[in-house]
Design a protein around this ligand. Sequence first.
Ligand code: PEP
Ligand code: MG
Length: 568
Amino acid sequence: MTGAGVSPGNGHGPVKGVGVSPGIGYGPAYVLAERVPEPPVGERYAGEAGPEKDRVAQALERVAAELDRRGERAGGQGREVLGAQAMMARDPGLAVEVAALVDTGLAAPRAVFEAFQKYRDLLTAAGGYLGERAADLDDIRDRVIAVLTGVPMPGVPEEAPGGVPYVLVARDLAPADTAVLSSAVVAAFVTEEGGPTSHTAILARAMGVPAVVACPGATTLDGNLLVDGGAGLVEREPEPHRVEQVRRADAARRRLLAETTGPGRTADGHRVPLLANLGGPADVPAALQAGAEGVGLYRTEFLFLDRASAPSAREQEEAYRAVLEAFPRGKVVVRTLDSGADKPLAFLPPPGEEPNPALGVRGLRMGRHVPEVLTGQLQALARAAEGTSAQLQVMAPMVATAEEAAWFAAACRTAGLPEAGVMIEIPAAALRSADLARFVDFFSIGTNDLAQYAFAADRQLGVLSDLQDAWQPALLDLVALAVGGHGRPCGVCGEAAADPALACVLAGLGVGSLSMGAAGLPAVRAALARHTLVQCRAAAAAARAAASGEQARAAAREHLPGLSELGL
Ligand code: PEP
Ligand code: MG
């Protein structure tokens, strides 16, 4: 995707990363502190133990209260994540442990450090989901030590200093970092890690904030930054007239894109419904505003990240009904919990230690491992749909075989759900889509995971982002196989759908609908409307005939002249 054309500024050449959330952001760099310094080994306090213990108790409570406050401000998923962290800070066992160390003469910061270390070792030894919580514990420890030693608190400022939105620069960002932010506070994200399909990228798009990931040396950037989240460029200390020029070009491009309205279709009227990817009811307003015709991917696990126990049937029903009611007569595709790997749910731990969690018990595999949770979710969905006019379709993530597809479809039928589908995210499922089609009503291709598994490239790793490129001809071949001659409708709900040029290619490959974060809809709608189905097919054929992702992109664009007219 090209942006508004950032080019070298005043002697500092632009830094290149991967643009994952289009738009222009400008502001002072705020580099996220990595870690609070470790308090010196053996550091002791002068005076009585009592006041030293009081300092610790106050610091723990201050950190817990701050996390609660941030959670309240974030709402929804953020409240869950940060509320769970606040509970860790208030753990009575931890307080007793720190107090015992203070009694031995250790100064409060060092006592906190050692007590947390003990807990950390226990979690790490437990492995799996608990092991992954070690990072949360480190975060709380650093906050408490920051309070005790008076060094800056780690984490992101929730308000723009002086009212000027900042560019958040980090090695990588966790959902907890971004949960409390909004576009009023953050002008753009720039990270060293993270691929185009990492959850940093997905969250940035959901917030409508420009973002560049996999940007080498990002954390050394300082001063004012101009970020082009489409082209993946970061320019340092641009002249004011340059910022103005780039912003004007971006605003003009957005106005042009907004001129195309209505349902998704090509210039010759071939329908390609444009749907939204949601993480919960909070994402509905942006989807409606962007003219989504329905929901193509409701990531239900986003509702329950970091929940200690399984959500109640009633709570689930409410979260599902809120989305179904927002799209009367529209299609709403709900995905069952995709727990595991980078999205662990506390109430669904994997059955054993997983050296490679992305290849472990996740998605439907977890549903088969704990069938009562899946059944509970399917029943809650069936009840949520009662009395609403939306067309509910339910699909399972991470399906590899026809046998798994058949098992899931039978579970949906038992729960009284009329339409069951599966995601195609594993090459085996794409290769044998005709087998799977005998059991399910529809398919949705998850290009994020399909690329991860086709190229054996972890989607969290910025250094492998070239391999997670959905333009790779091998990935396009897999999409073509998945769409296949089986006659079942097949959409795409991975991030590839939000790339306007690739969206035309996908339509040309026979993909029936495209689902994406709301911010991507205007550009895709406009790109489709500028090209005929014949042009889309020619672009698809040219891309598949290419020898690399880069060549595929260039070859497809030759057949899609409307893209440059739109500034895309
Ligand atoms: C995908 O893998 O493409 C997908 C849409 O699912 P997620 O990004 O949630 O894994
Ligand atoms: Mg996936």
